[in-house]
Ligand binder design. Sequence first.
Ligand code: ADP
Ligand code: MG
Length: 730
Amino acid sequence: MSSVRLQAMQSLQGEEKKVSGYGGKKITAMFGSNVFSGRTMREHLSDEAYKSLMNSAKSGQRIERRIADQVAVGMKAWAEERGVTHYTHWFQPLTGTTAEKHDSFFTLKSDGTAIELFDGDALIQQEPDASSFPNGGIRATFEARGYTAWDPSSPAFIMEAGMGKTLCIPTIFIAYNGESLDYKAPLLKSIAALDKAAVDVCHYFDKNVTKVTATLGWEQEYFVVDEMLANARPDLMMCGRTLLGHTPAKGQQLEDHYFGSIPERVFAFMQDFEQESYKLGIPLRTRHNEVAPSQFECAPMFEEVNIAVDHNTLLMDVMNKVAKRHKLKALLHEKPFKGVNGSGKHNNWSMATDTGVNLLSPGKTPRTNLMFLTFFVNTIKAVYTHADLMRASIASANNDHRLGANEAPPAIISVYVGKYLSQVLDEVESRVKDKFSEQDEVILKLDIHKQIPEVLMDNTDRNRTSPFAFTGNKFEFRAVGSSANCASPMIVLNTIVADTLKQFKKDVDALIEKGEKKEIAILQVLRTYIAESNPIRFEGDNYSEEWAEEAKRRGLSNFKTTPEALDAYVNESSKKVFLDNSIFSIRELEARHEIMVEDYIKKVQIEARIIGYIATNHLLPAAINYQNTLIANIKGLKDIGLNEKSYKAQLNLVEIISDHIQHVNDNVEAMIEARKKANNTEDLHTRAHMYCHEVKRYFDDIRYHADKLELIVDDNLWPLPKYRELLFMR
Ligand code: ADP
Ligand code: MG
């Protein structure tokens, strides 16, 4: 009993489980207590500063330096009341995690007096010496100036870690020349583009609309495992997923975990991270078990997309921190376990007007129905036109293991709208020739708003296999990976819908100019859009083989791997849509593409190293050890004069073990050679493809033989915690 695995299992038995609970506290009492927003601002800011901050959050207007000084003073006072000593510009670089560099309020005046200082300058802009963040060649290190700049549309908050409290200021991260190096800057640009395009189209229906915001409600799936057990596995520790391990006899086939009662230890963890989240203003609503053993989900109420993205990245951070307190590990990886469901992060997306209308919610009158149809059809058309970009926006080394793995949508992008709306779309499309008559407004008199909720009540009409499904009053992008930054798909969705709406307005205006009545012109254009985007609509089973074939016939892409999928970022159509809507310059786009390709290479490279290391340093010695025991046993049996019949099984095992050892060893060596070849390849793109097709393919062979060894070798000698232990022991 000496291996780390066995020690971890022993300590699990003796572990005193941490209990949590709300201690009678109401959520409303703690909600937002660590956020500088609303009432807090009112209390700590002058009227003038409060109003300009609110105004800037709403309209994106610049904040004057003088006002920024006032805001900084108020923020500092509020933070200090809560025991904060440091502040940080909090940003989301392209590493996929969040970044912070803490500075203290404390400083020395020129005469040596110690003071606490935080002014407008410190609030608005910082220059972290952050030369090591990915920049895709935008920022050579000799000109390593990267700036963080305050995003007043997302409120500052206090992050508590242990006894420390830090004032965090949400910021964008840009190069010295303004080129973006993060997720937030392009997200904000895409939000502005959608706002402008959608407001213009809203004016066909309602002149009172002055602002349209994209809304996002994410659903976060994750696994929870014991920290000691996880740490006994170099793959889980370094890659967040198991690279080896045999499926347990009992996995998820009984589906007895889904919506079951939450295990106590995990429940304590959930309550703990929920409370931390509430303090940060993250409006969590639901928690439940997911399909796989040890898999769970939480989801908040939807929010404006910029805030929702910040909240999701914050939540992931909080989960990781709080899990440690419970000696647990939260696995946010898309596919931590082979043969067990992976984790996604559904992105529920819609658009809302400042007049309080959800633009994807069917209306009650013909006019509002037409408005709904307009935004509904434009979204479908956008996804049809830019399906490859949508696919690229969710591509990652991690998500490759999940997409199309029978429990997640495939890599083919399609749109599901449900039976009833399919009929509505078909009907609009089939209307007489090119002409609509006044009479055709009849379509819009259909009780769409009454029918849809009814249809959706009927669960059979909910297609859980679709990557992009309409769910009554929003679209749900289900192919997003659990560890992803939601900004990536949201930037694309906002941008392509903005672009489509712009074109839509041009098309409708052209018809109106020719003398067509407004409603008829809109219907005409919608009709052509519906007809055009027909191939993207799919109501059937997205997991089936037949769909892959059908999709091919329809001309839809099926990019199964990240290096292939990422290329869509830099094709002509993507360059145009990003450039036309001022989201990325060509240089920014190419740099971003390069960063993502590099990230892919690094991830596979690390996994390749780890799998080789585990196989060679952990598994083969255990197998040889056991083999030696068998050999000694055979010798002993021979010594006491028994014949071959009595040690036939042992002899057989010895041979089988040798065979597997040989295979593991050969494959590891071949993989190392393939890696060397890839590493010596100058061209990044080719290198990524080599890692994808020539290095990664050895993973399966190594795993196959290693997992066979796991089934044979004495359990006491096996060094890695097994699936059974990781997934079922708490
Ligand atoms: P489910 O999809 O599991 O049936 P719901 O339909 O209640 O659950 O909502 C799922 C998620 O969709 C929630 O996170 C919710 O906040 C979000 N959501 C609901 N309405 C909108 C909307 N208008 N815009 C964006 N997200 C929304
Ligand atoms: Mg859902």
